[in-house]
Design a binder for this molecule. Sequence first.
Ligand SMILES: *Cc1c(COP(=O)(O)O)cnc(C)c1O
Length: 398
Amino acid sequence: MHSLPRIWLSPPHMCGREQDFIRNAFETNWIAPLGPNVNGFEHDLRDFTGVKHAAALSSGTAAIHLALIMLHVKPGDLVICQSFTFSASANPIVYQGGIPVFIDSEPDTWNMDPELLEKAIIACQEGRFSDLGNGLIHSHLKPQKPKAIIVVHLYGMPAKMDKISAIAEKFDIPLVEDAAEALGSRYHGKACGSFGMMGILSFNGNKIINTSGGGALLSDNEEYILRARFLATQARDHAPHYEHSQIGYNYRMSNVIAAIGRGQMTAVHERIEARRKNFERYRQYFQVINQRGFDVHVLLEPEGFYSNRWLTTITLAPEKNRGVGREKIRLHLEAQNIETRPLWKPMHAQPVFSDSLRYSNHVSEHLFENGLCLPSGSNLSDADFERIFRSLDQVFRG
Ligand SMILES: *Cc1c(COP(=O)(O)O)cnc(C)c1O
């Protein structure tokens, strides 16, 4: 058995205020998928992101699903999605019967490569699906303009939003921003989640703020948010009885969960600061390691990019590091009860999407093979860091 407690990748970090809001929900008997905490949490999110309207929902996945419903994604429609991401970015496309077109990453942000995006849109419009295959034939598809673009700010690093937005505008395709990992990240001063026609956030157990599970849809367009609330509460028409003229969903956040969110939002600035400090500690550590002849990379912020540093990640090629690769580090740290995790496996390489359309440059595959996420909780202690660095020292000493 392990004598030392586990150091988690990104554990919950409550601030104490959550319970005041929860107590208030109980005292006022607002135990429902609506109530003052839901309104309050939505207000906090608007305030923090600068987006005009927000709907608190049961998950980030539900938020993406509703966004695609509102953009009228229907069976057979093509939807462009960043390949290097968590499966929740892409699954809602399939819920709608849509066909994902996965776009690979560019090396300096690890997010959607704008050049590949443009090429893929043109290939879709011209029906050149052989350009988007992996040797498979997509002869059944008709030339068409993609219905939406889902861009992701992975690990908190903003995507190149000027270029991505310009392409979306040029081809007149609505942009959905998956900012699940990027609450507090900014691109030239503007909040991630505020660029697209809609943006989504997640508050699941390991995100930068955590409601035990939850998400939000953001938009400057009030119509979308009103409609999202309507669809998320079973699409009840205005009537004294239960009347439905559309298919609805049960996707609303409860007032008790929103209480946790309100408490968490009182500490959001400190959480981001703490995560950014984690990154800085790791960066300095690996700078010293590299002075000893290793070649470990951290992802730096390009000019104008501000990352919340949700997770600190490293990449290293074993052939340039005396045989030390991400698996060697992962297994060694795991044996000392320290959790790390390989970078996301790109969607186009997932078994479930093996025959999907994709525009690949192999950047994300390379990242998956050589990259590792390090413990990045906002509540990591100095003692935790000592343990982590001691373990890493052992790996790099050989
Ligand atoms: C966490 C996450 C989601 C999904 O959010 P849930 O709230 O867990 O449904 C979507 N996209 C990305 C990139 C995520 O990391």
